[in-house]
Design a protein around this ligand. Structure first.
Ligand code: PMP
Length: 385
């Protein structure tokens, strides 16, 4: 697991020529509020460099509650546990709910490290299909019936999914809540990109649809919204889980970095989030559109691409199922463009004829150049199965 991304990253590091980088899903320096974060990081705060409380700094938890309330989810301090990024939230979810051999439904394709975390706790993954409205919830009963047992958890990325960019529709969110209740399954609701909507109206979150539902375990992070190096996120879950989460986190890292929490608290309390989002979202929107135009111009009907309303990623499937995007990776790098091959997002080796592109970090001109290079790589390499 993760090896396709790891080997892609090390291959990328070996190349010194100009490469258009569509691979990584992290905001570039110019998309992070670096100056403000630096300024707040320098604020003197007594006790800033000692251990903090495992559940999180109270002022930071207040800011999280305010942020969630502004986006329709009235939460409470005993529902929130601060985490060291979204990854720790996923790890905590699996630690609490996944025992060896348990069935976990995942989206196919899905976030590589989500799969890796569930597998590290011994989960058996059931990969369920996605379409332009997210996880195809309607087929879950049949898939589960065929497998002969019910899932312990369902892992979903409802907004601007990684890697596909698609968003789960309202009807499917409601249906997912019903199925989880029927099966007694937890829903691991991983939403790092939800605040990065640049088109159309928000869809109510699972928590907004069914407030207080104890089956919803929400994993959040500021990595994509502010800066991944801060390693600051949180989980929002039923209060009965709070002591378990605190115990589990205590044994992982005692507490999330106090200086990082202080810095983000001052950033949020100063009202800087919305202006930051306003700036980056208009760039992301322009870049998404530029990528769709470039794909159309250079590939036409040879590919089908998703059309995300937010987030970082767009998923490209080749019309010719013989194209092998893992084999194409090195020729594409030589041509000067990097992406993540589709099989990185499946434990079944699916999606050999698809790839993920991050549109967020390149200018429209570079996007056009990168897509042109991708086309040249396809034409030259004959990277077929
Ligand atoms: N979930 C998803 C869907 C992600 O895309 C990411 C980051 N790539 C994470 C979780 C992990 O977030 P963090 O970097 O904050 O650990």
């Amino acid at each position: 697991m993760g090896s396709v991304i790891d080997s892609s990253t090390s291959l990328l590091a070996r190349h010194t020529h100009d490469i258009v980088r569509f691979a990584m899903g992290a905001p570039s320096d110019d998309l992070m509020p670096v100056e403000l974060l630096d300024r707040f990081a320098a604020n003197p705060v007594p006790g800033k460099y000692t251990y903090g409380s495992t559940e999180g700094e109270p002022d930071f938890v207040d800011q999280i509650l305010k942020l969630q309330a502004e986006h329709g989810h009235a939460s409470a301090p005993d529902r929130v546990t601060v985490t060291t990024g979204g990854m720790q939230g996923l790890d905590l979810a699996c630690k609490l709910f996944v025992d060896p051999g348990d069935l976990v439904i995942v989206e196919g394709p899905t976030y590589t490290n989500g799969n890796a975390t569930a597998l590290s706790y011994g989960a058996q993954l059931l990969e369920a299909p996605l379409d332009e409205n997210g996880l195809v919830v309607e087929v879950l009963p049949e898939l589960v019936a065929r497998g002969g047992r019910t899932p312990k958890a369902i892992y979903t990325i409802p907004n601007f999914q990684n890697p596909s960019g698609v968003t789960l529709s309202l009807a499917r969110r409601e249906q997912l809540l019903e199925l989880a209740a029927q099966w007694g399954a937890m829903i691991i609701d991983d939403d790092p990109y939800g605040l990065l909507r640049f088109e159309n109206s928000p869809i109510p979150s699972l928590n907004e649809i069914d407030p207080g539902n104890p089956r919803i375990f929400s994993v959040r992070t500021l990595s994509k919204i502010l800066a991944p190096g801060l390693r600051v996120g949180w989980v929002d879950a039923d209060p009965s889980l709070h002591p378990l989460l605190i115990n589990a986190k205590q044994a992982m890292d005692t507490c999330t970095s106090v200086p990082a929490q202080r810095t983000v608290t001052d950033f949020l309390a100063g009202g800087h989030l919305q202006p930051h989002l306003d700036r980056v979202l208009s760039l992301y929107c322009e870049r998404k559109n530029a990528m769709r135009v470039a794909l159309d111009r250079h590939f036409g009907d040879a590919v089908r691409a998703t059309d995300p309303d937010g987030g970082f990623f767009l998923w490209v499937a080749f019309a010719d199922a013989q194209v092998d995007t893992a084999a194409l990776f090195e020729p594409a790098l030589a041509e000067g463009v990097a992406y993540i091959p589709g099989p990185a997002f499946s434990t079944n080796g699916n999606f050999h004829d698809a790839l993920r592109l991050c549109f967020a970090t390149s200018t429209p001109e570079r996007i056009d150049e990168g897509v042109a290079r991708l086309k040249a790589a396809v034409d030259k390499s004959g990277a077929q199965r």
